[in-house]
Design a protein around this ligand. Sequence first.
Ligand code: ADP
Ligand code: ADP
Length: 225
Amino acid sequence: HHIVEVRNLRHVYPDGTVALRDVSFRITHGESVAIIGANGAGKSTLLLHLNGFLTPTAGEIRIGDYPLTKATLPEIRRTVGMVFQDPDDQLFMPTVYDDVAFGPLNLGLSGTDVEQRVKDALEKVGAGHLQEKPPYNLSGGEKKRVAIATVLSMSPDILVMDEPTDGLDPHARRQLMALLREFSHTRIFTSHDLDMVLELCSRVIILHEGEVRGDGPPLEIFRND
Ligand code: ADP
Ligand code: ADP
């Protein structure tokens, strides 16, 4: 059974740029998938469709049992946790605690459940000590980890990340990889970090000028022949 299905997805931006031409693939529950390709290939555009931040020009997206539509969007936002490339797009509350609590509060969880979710998520990313700080004062790596915690606190079935190791120092990068390895649900991310792709992904999808150019296990995709 497929948890993500993208069928003949096309996206044309208002200025006429065709970012995705005709993209199709299906992802099974528990798969770890890297979307790779040159700058401008359409990776970010693709990810932004997976929880409805962008609307297809043509084609269809299904998440679990639901087609992605306006009506199913709230359900889909609970299922798909999206970590943006730039953590500043994700952090907007006065403190780290408030940012990580925002999602669970929206889910309508009780006060003690929210506190527990925040504590667990911040601990997982090694940012428990930052909870009283204003996010805008944090370093790039700290912001990234907190941005990930804001998504983990929602317990999503699918974790979607745009360039998760971008801007991280080697220590923070290793910490993040360990964290992602433990996340047993479905993972989909874009990356220029080949080591991370090889270590964490069971599957690689190559995008080229808005089309799928390759789809398979990393060793098959990166074979030199
Ligand atoms: P990345 O390639 O690391 O995902 P971005 O998604 O930020 O980087 O940008 C990808 C490409 O899209 C870049 O070439 C950028 O100049 C272009 N781009 C981003 N936003 C716009 C926009 N509003 N109009 C036109 N081009 C854009
Ligand atoms: P990638 O993430 O692989 O770098 P993007 O999805 O960011 O690719 O961009 C795909 C194409 O869409 C590029 O040609 C880029 O310049 C263009 N693009 C991205 N964002 C916008 C935007 N907001 N308006 C117009 N064109 C955009």
